[in-house]
Design a protein around this ligand. Structure first.
Ligand code: ZN
Length: 489
């Protein structure tokens, strides 16, 4: 098994050689979406980042159990302990059951992830499906003395914990600074200290989701679900925990604290965090009004967009940056990504009909090692892509008769493209879409012939019905002197 992989560990702030706890098995947990709205670029980035990790580890021969959760309860509006539950609020506003909201947006999330060719995780647990495990976890944190009850809610005693352990080791925050920064916040009377976080919240009368517990009718704190589900499916200590950098604090910091509090050790060996997507240098988010959903990218229906962008363009755009760098969105950058990706797929087409020579005028052997080195260097997809572009250039030169490659070398390049473009980067050719277009052309031709027949038979009702039904799916029929034309509105 190839074992040159180096992973940047947020915990140690260095690249470390990847040595799984129990090879060839690898346990990986990634924080999934809170399902109360449509997925946007900010959802696509962690999903694609850890899809690459998942794909590459499997390519290296590891048996990966990849757990990505769905947060369907407990995530409050300000990501801390204030405000309303995000899903319950949406349910209240729309007069729906919270689980209707969860089902609707989980389905839409899955559809978007399939469009982006993100592989399904091995297990996709939900917070609401693991209330018992979360209550058990709270009980054991209580037993160890790091939790306290207040007005029916349970909080994690950060001050007490930080006497025994290092609260802030992941995010680099110091408890003294937290004390300074949060002391002034009002409305936190239930807590001993403002930076204590909720393990269990007593139900507010307007909260729609609640379960019985030893402390009150209520619901678990947001940080708890990942500790409970990570341990349940991957064990008390597992290899990789991933998520966006915005989850580093307080979410992941609190996961480490919860694990130490009840088990006396850290839960995870390698912490990985993808950086954020910015729009004109600002973090993308609903609050900043620069929020573009994936469906809007795919349809082009958004005023900030010049045109529609295919799912693979979005995927390629994200992979052109290293996952620890920010990605700044712009139409220009997306157009460039689209062009770049097309170049790779054109090369694959050229490779299919390239003529072999007796000898090779150029040595392509070092490329294989370079491509693996790039991926082994903390999943450096932009460098990987740049080597594929170099290979692309060579293939075009061979095609133009400026260089030569013998049969074995052409086969070697084909294999590299198949492995790196399709298997590891997870790109799929969108040429299939063109064949779908052809099919639509043929189908429309048939429909228009049937309509023409109806008109000749003076069956105006059928002719009109065909026009109206097509109109409902935005296909416009225009009668001409030779027959009819159609267009998509
Ligand atoms: Zn999480």
């Amino acid at each position: 098994m190839n074992n040159n992989l180096q992973i940047y560990n947020t915990l140690s702030r260095t690249k470390e050689k990847f040595e799984p706890l129990n090879p060839p098995h690898v346990g990986m947990y990634v924080c999934g979406p809170t399902v109360y709205g449509d997925a946007h670029l900010g959802h696509a980035r962690p999903a694609i980042t850890f899809d690459i990790v998942f794909r590459y580890l499997m390519h290296l021969g590891y048996k990966v159990r990849y757990v990505r959760n769905i947060t369907d309860v407990g995530h409050l509006e300000n990501d801390a302990d204030e405000g309303e539950d995000k899903i319950a609020k949406k349910a209240r506003l729309d007069s729906l059951e919270p689980m209707e909201i969860v089902k609707h947006f989980t389905d839409r999330y899955h559809k978007n992830m399939d469009q982006l060719n993100v592989l399904h995780p091995s297990i996709e647990p939900t917070a609401s499906g693991h209330i018992i495990e979360q209550i058990e976890l709270i009980k054991s944190i209580f037993e160890k003395g790091y939790a306290y009850e207040s007005e029916g809610s349970v909080y994690f005693d950060v001050k007490k914990y930080s006497k025994d352990y290092d609260y802030g080791k992941l995010s680099g925050r110091k408890i003294e600074d937290l004390l300074e920064n949060t002391r002034a916040l009002a409305g936190q009377d239930e807590k001993k200290n403002s930076y204590d976080f909720a393990l269990w919240k007593k139900t507010d009368p307007k909260h729609l989701m609640h379960w019985p517990s030893p402390w009150s009718e209520g619901y678990p704190g947001w940080h708890l679900e990942c500790s409970a589900m990570g341990a349940k499916y991957l064990g008390d200590t597992f290899d990789i925990h991933g998520g966006g950098m915005d989850l580093l604090f307080p979410h992941h910091e609190s996961e480490i604290a919860q694990s130490n509090a009840c088990r006396g050790h850290d839960p995870v060996k390698y912490w990985m965090h993808n950086n954020m997507i910015t729009i004109d240098g600002q973090k993308m988010g609903k609050s900043l009004n620069n929020f573009i959903t994936l469906d809007e990218f795919f349809s082009g229906n958004q005023e900030a967009l010049d045109c529609s962008y295919s799912p693979m363009t979005i995927r390629f755009f994200i992979l052109q940056a290293h996952y620890r760098s920010t990605v700044d969105f712009s139409n220009e950058a997306l157009h460039a990504a689209e062009k770049g990706m097309q170049k790779l797929f054109n090369t694959i087409e050229v490779l299919g009909k390239l003529k072999a020579s007796e000898t090779s005028s150029i040595d392509i052997k070092p490329f294989k090692a370079s491509l693996y080195e790039a991926m082994d260097d903390d999943f450096n997809t932009p460098i990987t892509i740049s080597y594929l572009f170099e290979l692309s250039k060579i293939i075009n030169q061979v095609n133009d008769g400026k260089e030569t490659l013998m049969d074995a070398d052409i086969k070697g390049v084909k294999d590299l493209f198949a492995v790196f473009v399709f298997d590891i980067l997870g790109l799929i050719s969108e040429v299939d879409d063109n064949s779908n277009d052809q099919l639509v052309d043929q189908l429309m031709g048939t429909i228009l012939i049937l309509r023409q027949d109806a008109k000749q038979n003076k069956d105006w009702a059928t002719a009109d019905r065909i026009r109206d039904e097509l109109g409902k799916i935005n296909i416009k029929i225009k009668d001409t002197k030779d027959g009819a034309e159609w267009s998509i509105d």
